[in-house]
Design a protein around this ligand. Structure first.
Ligand SMILES: *[C@@H]1O[C@H](CO)[C@@H](O)[C@H](O)[C@H]1NC(C)=O
Ligand SMILES: *[C@@H]1O[C@H](CO)[C@@H](O)[C@H](O)[C@H]1NC(C)=O
Ligand SMILES: *[C@@H]1O[C@H](CO)[C@@H](O)[C@H](O)[C@H]1NC(C)=O
Ligand SMILES: *[C@@H]1O[C@H](CO)[C@@H](O)[C@H](O)[C@H]1NC(C)=O
Length: 374
C-alpha cells in the first residue's frame, strides 16, 4: 500500500511546519487536519508523482507550484515559475500559478449589469478590475477534497465555496479544480463551477508561467509558439476589448499560426503600458481542441495544450523585473509565458460576446490538457 505524505502543512498565518502521513491510497487531507489557531483551514503542499514526472500543488489559491520532467538528455527540470514558500505566495502580486476567478482577466471600470442590477467590484488595476479584485480566489484557502499522490493517475481535487457577495458577485458558487497526471507526461487541469442560488458570471483561468528550459533559465524569447488561432480580440491600452472588435491575426505580430519564436516580433507587440505580449486570441473551432504548442529548442521540451475554451490570453511576463523566484533564481522580463484559456475578456460588459452568465443549477466546465514531450 502506498502512502501519501503532504510535503508541508502551514497553519494560518503560515509559520508552523509539520509532516503528515495519511494512511490509504485515498487521502482526504482537508477533513483530517486540525484547523489553524484562528480557525482557518491549514495550507498544504501536495505532490503528485508518476515516475520522473511530478507536480506540486498548494491549496492556497489552488496554485500549481511546480511541474518537473526530463529533457531530451535526461536532465530533470521544473518548468513552472514560482516561489519557495507559502508566505511568499501570499504576498505575490504576479499571479504565479493560481486559478483566478470568479471572473478572471479584466472587467471594465469594475462594474457590470446583470438582469438589470448593477454590481461593483474592487478596482485593483487602475480604474478596472483584474482577476476579480478584492478577496481573490488566488488568496483563498481551498479545501482538499481528494488526494491520490501516486499510481497510474495521481490527482488532487480542491474546492472553494464562493459565497453570495464574495468579491461583489451575486450568488453562491461551488468551484472545483482537479489536477491529474496521466501517461505519457500529461497534466489535466479540470475546473468546474455551479451557481447555487442566483445568476452570476463565471470565467476561471489557470495562470501558470511556463519556461520549458527550466524556471530561472533565462527568457523564453527563443521558444517557438504555435497558436491554433486565426483571430484575436482587439485590446486597448488598458488591455480591455473596448471596441468589441475581433480581427484576423494575419499580417500582425500576433500571427502564430505557424511555429514562430516568441521573441521574433515581441518589440512590435503592445502589452498595454509595456512592450511584450498580453494578447487575447480566439481559438479556432469549438469543444476540446488544440490551442497551442510551445517548444524550447535547447532542452527539446515541448508543451501541447488542448482546451475547451473560446479564447487564450498569452502573456510574456512583461512585468517581472528582478523578481525573487524559487531555488534562489531571479526572474526578469520575458522569463516565462502563460497560456490562459478562458472565455472572452470582459464579456460581462459585451453582450455581443458569448455569455458567461451561469443561472442557478447551471454548470461551468473548463478542461485543459497539457501534453509534455522532450
Ligand atoms: C523517465 O521515466 C521513464 C519511464 O520510466 C524512463 O523510460 C526514462 O528513462 C526516465 N528518464 C529519466 C531522465 O529519468
Ligand atoms: C510580505 O509582505 C509584508 C508586508 O509588505 C512583509 O512585511 C513581509 O516580510 C513579506 N513576506 C515575505 C515572505 O516576503
Ligand atoms: C466538478 O468536479 C468535481 C471534482 O472532480 C466532481 O466531483 C464534480 O462532479 C464536478 N461537477 C460537475 C458539475 O462537473
Ligand atoms: C526594472 O526595475 C528597475 C528598477 O526599479 C527599473 O529601472 C527598470 O526600468 C525596470 N525594468 C523594466 C523592464 O520594467
Amino acid at each position: 500500500m502506498r502512502r501519501c505524505s503532504v510535503v508541508a502543512i502551514f497553519n494560518w498565518p503560515p509559520m508552523a511546519r509539520c509532516q503528515l502521513v495519511l494512511l490509504l491510497l485515498l487521502c482526504i487531507a482537508g477533513a483530517v487536519l486540525a484547523s489553524g489557531a484562528d480557525g482557518r483551514k491549514p495550507i498544504g503542499v501536495y505532490e503528485l508523482k508518476k515516475g520522473n514526472f511530478s507536480v506540486k500543488v498548494t491549496n492556497l489559491g489552488a496554485i500549481l507550484m511546480s511541474v518537473v520532467l526530463p529533457d531530451s538528455k535526461g536532465n530533470l527540470a521544473d518548468v513552472v515559475l514560482g516561489k519557495d514558500t507559502i508566505a511568499e505566495y501570499v504576498n505575490d502580486t504576479s499571479y504565479f500559478g493560481p486559478v483566478a476567478g470568479r471572473v478572471a482577466q479584466r472587467i471594465s471600470r469594475g462594474r457590470f449589469v446583470l438582469d438589470g442590477k448593477v454590481y461593483h467590484l474592487y478596482r485593483n488595476d487602475g480604474r478596472n478590475t483584474l482577476h476579480s479584485g478584492g478577496r481573490q480566489f488566488v488568496k483563498s484557502i481551498w479545501e482538499v477534497k481528494e488526494y491520490v499522490c501516486g499510481g497510474d493517475s495521481p490527482y488532487i481535487t480542491l474546492y472553494h465555496y464562493s459565497f453570495d457577495g464574495e468579491q461583489g458577485f451575486p450568488g453562491a458558487v461551488d468551484v472545483y479544480v482537479t489536477y491529474r497526471l496521466s501517461s505519457p507526461y500529461t497534466l489535466g487541469v479540470h475546473m468546474n463551477a455551479t451557481a447555487l442560488d442566483k445568476a452570476t458570471p463565471v470565467n476561471l483561468l489557470s495562470h501558470t508561467y511556463w519556461n520549458l528550459g527550466g524556471h530561472g533559465s533565462g527568457d523564453v524569447l527563443g521558444h517557438t509558439l504555435k497558436l491554433f488561432a486565426s483571430r484575436h480580440l482587439v485590446l486597448d491600452k488598458e488591455l480591455l476589448p473596448s471596441s468589441g472588435r475581433v480581427e484576423p491575426v494575419a499580417g500582425t505580430p500576433l500571427d502564430f499560426r505557424t511555429p514562430t519564436p516568441i521573441g521574433a516580433r515581441i518589440r512590435q507587440a503592445s502589452g498595454g503600458q509595456v512592450v511584450g505580449y498580453d494578447a487575447n486570441f480566439i481559438v479556432d473551432g469549438e469543444g476540446m481542441r488544440p490551442v497551442a504548442v510551445a517548444r524550447d529548442g535547447a532542452s527539446g521540451r515541448a508543451l501541447e495544450l488542448w482546451a475547451n475554451q473560446a479564447t487564450v490570453q498569452v502573456y510574456t511576463a512583461n512585468w517581472l523585473n528582478n523578481t525573487k523566484g524559487k531555488d534562489g533564481k531571479v526572474y526578469n522580463q520575458y522569463a516565462g509565458f502563460t497560456l490562459e484559456t478562458m472565455g472572452y475578456v470582459d464579456a460581462v460588459n459585451h453582450p455581443e460576446f458569448p455569455s458567461q452568465t451561469l443561472r442557478p443549477g447551471q454548470k461551468y466546465k473548463h478542461d485543459m490538457v497539457l501534453k509534455f514531450s522532450f
